[in-house]
Design a protein around this ligand. Structure first.
Ligand code: FES
Length: 106
């Protein structure tokens, strides 16, 4: 099981064992990570699951597709490493992935 660390806006680290094939958002919701609302349930239609991918991981995780890019326009304080966590699927390749929840989302 790939390890996933989600850092909440207050600095609390959630060290999780993510099931391969699950999304970062699903793991955040399952573990009640504050700041991840995921109002649309993972349909790439709300932007309340916005996270910053750790700089060391941005290349591996990759860039958002066009639909996600459009939805990110509705997120607060986007950065070049912004992604919607419902669009990041965990694989064994992502073992050790770190993402941070933006403060403005809380
Ligand atoms: Fe709505 Fe990710 S959960 S866009």
């Amino acid at each position: 099981m790939p390890k996933l660390t989600i850092v909440a806006f207050d600095g609390t680290e959630f060290d999780l064992d993510a099931e391969a094939g699950s999304t970062v958002m699903e793991n955040a919701i399952k573990n009640a990570v504050p700041g991840i609302e995921a109002e649309c349930g993972g349909a790439c239609a709300c932007a309340t699951c916005h996270v910053y991918v750790d700089e060391a991981w941005t290349e591996k995780v990759g860039q958002p597709d066009v639909m996600e890019e459009d939805m990110l326009d509705f997120a607060f304080e986007t950065k070049p490493n912004s992604r919607l966590s419902c669009q990041i699927k965990m694989t064994d390749d992502f073992d050790g992935l770190i993402v941070r929840v933006p403060e403005q989302q809380a």
